[in-house]
Design a protein around this ligand. Structure first.
Ligand SMILES: O=c1[nH]cnc2c(O)cc(-c3ccc(F)cc3)cc12
Ligand SMILES: [Mg+2]
Length: 214
């Protein structure tokens, strides 16, 4: 039976990237998706914005909603300080299995905890199951319909503290209008739009960075 897109993306990593070298894993995925087959990684252009936000926040605890093949997981984890922890959540088990191998190829498995499940079920359990009090940085990159409900759930579960940073991908394409309206109008957030392009294309997209004010 025909391979899946994530399987082919993993193949490109194993063929073209060096084990233990996160930069080469990122490069291999971007080259494959730009030249062979598009895939919904945050990509190199928005990835540089992600890198700058991660470096600025220098987080000890990171939550990523939506692992996909682990491209942004590797981008984030490669920049984390030694004892920092990244928890990444993926709904699709087959895709999670690919992401585990991509993260391992980059040599970053010690910094990353990949959890399979639905965000609505998982978020209320994080404190007790993962011993995390609050997140310094949350990267929302799962499904646009869940950005807003999951943000409200994180607030309710006390997972955000004064200064926690939410960074949301795809706020223009595919778009998360209700989420944008919320973080831009709420007095509890200081929000800013980083204009960019949909990964590997000329279509507009961008990242919304929102600081929780407590
Ligand atoms: O569903 C998505 N989750 C996370 N990130 C995405 C992402 O970066 C891009 C897209 C996407 C954008 C345009 C299109 F024509 C088809 C899919 C979807 C997701
Ligand atoms: Mg995305």
């Amino acid at each position: 039976t025909r391979s899946t897109r994530p399987q082919r993306l993993l193949g490109a990593v194993q063929k073209n990237a060096t084990r233990g070298d996160p930069g080469s894993v990122i490069q291999a995925i971007d080259h494959y998706c730009r030249n062979k087959e598009w895939a919904m990684n945050v990509g190199d252009e928005k990835g540089c914005i992600l890198d700058s936000v991660v470096s600025e926040v220098n987080p000890a605890t990171v939550l990523e909603l939506g692992t996909y093949c682990g491209y942004s997981t590797v981008r984030i984890a490669r920049l984390l300080p030694p004892h920092a922890k990244l928890i990444t959540l993926e709904f699709n088990p087959a895709v999670a299995a690919i992401a585990r191998q991509v993260i391992a190829w980059a040599g970053l498995e010690d910094k990353v905890q990949l959890v399979e499940g639905a965000s609505g079920d998982f978020i209320p359990r994080i404190k007790e199951q993962f011993g995390v009090k609050t997140f310094d940085l949350v990267f929302l990159d799962h499904w646009k319909e869940y950005y807003l409900p999951d943000t409200k759930l994180m607030e309710e579960c006390g997972l955000l503290r004064k200064g926690s940073v939410l960074l949301a991908d795809n706020v223009v394409c595919p778009g998360a209008p209700d989420y944008l309206e919320y973080v831009r109008s709420s007095p509890r957030y200081e929000s800013r739009y980083f204009k960019s392009h949909l990964e590997y294309t000329k279509v507009e997209d961008g990242l919304e960075k929102s600081v929780f004010l407590g």
